[in-house]
Design a protein around this ligand. Sequence first.
Ligand code: APR
Length: 322
Amino acid sequence: LSRILRRRTRLEQYSSIEDAVKLIKTSKKIIILSGAGISTSCGIPDFRSSTGLYANLQNEGKFDLDDPQQMFDISYFREKPEVFYSFAKQIYPSNFIPSPCHRWIKLLEDKGVLLRNYTQNIDTLESLAGVQNVLQCHGSFKTASCLRCKTRVPGQNIEPYIMSQQVPYCGICKAKRAEEMELQKKIKESLKKSKGKAKASWDDQDDSEEEEREWGGGEPGIIKPDITFFGQALDSEFDECLFKDREEVDLLIVIGTSLKVAPVSEVLTHIPHSVPQIYINLTPVHHVHPDICLLGDADSIVTYLSDRLGWNIPLPTAVPKP
Ligand code: APR
């Protein structure tokens, strides 16, 4: 009891928490913008904290990276997919349980006041918590696509490769390539026959490079999870949703993100200035100025807010694997 009271005392230092309670109580169309900070209590590291993924990658020095963010860079992935696939199992969503934050988002939805959850996370814990109206701005492991022929497959298809740290190649591409090579061979043979014995000068050229160029050069049909890498555009759904939601939203709550990565970080400037913004995070943010900043552990803050609102955050239920 003393720990909870101590926590509450700490929280009540922020006088504006009263305003936050009033705003949540009276809002009907709330956008929640969430980041890695709402999953840290589930055991999933965030990216930029001192104990985050990037610090670990830097300190471990296990992977051939100039910068930790290269792990999620599309050009680096095309060049060395084996680096990402030797690491991916560390971030692959397995038996994590949604946090009180995930369940609070679901509670807002059950109360009919969640307009949409824009999440930057790829762990799909929002869906596991039962949130229906969640937009995975940076994609997820739910599906995967071939970089060459764009064939999309269920994420489970590449799970064995992720777990065994192997690069998955696209079978469709390979079959297509073999077909094209076969066809080219047949065309060459018939051309040779029609030219009789005379060896055409072009016979001697080694045109494998030319074939590679025809085949579209460096994309040998690697399959990549549908998570947005640096250097890739977000799915158009992000713009479409934001364009629609900006007309309806009456409160923006940002939870557990450093707001360092555009375009998601720019949501705050894309909604009307009249819409109040609440920022819930362990550390302060300086490049944007939300109306209310509640600094501390997100789970504790949303639990405290719920207490003040007379709400009960549902306990975790046994959730099926995605
Ligand atoms: N409670 C509240 N805040 C927390 C907690 C917690 N328990 N744990 C961590 N945080 C805060 C950290 O202080 C940090 O400010 O969450 C924030 C997480 O920020 P980042 O690590 O930068 O993660 P995020 O903002 O989600 O990153 C955005 O960057 O690399 C890309 O695609 C990746 O989606 C990711 C994007």
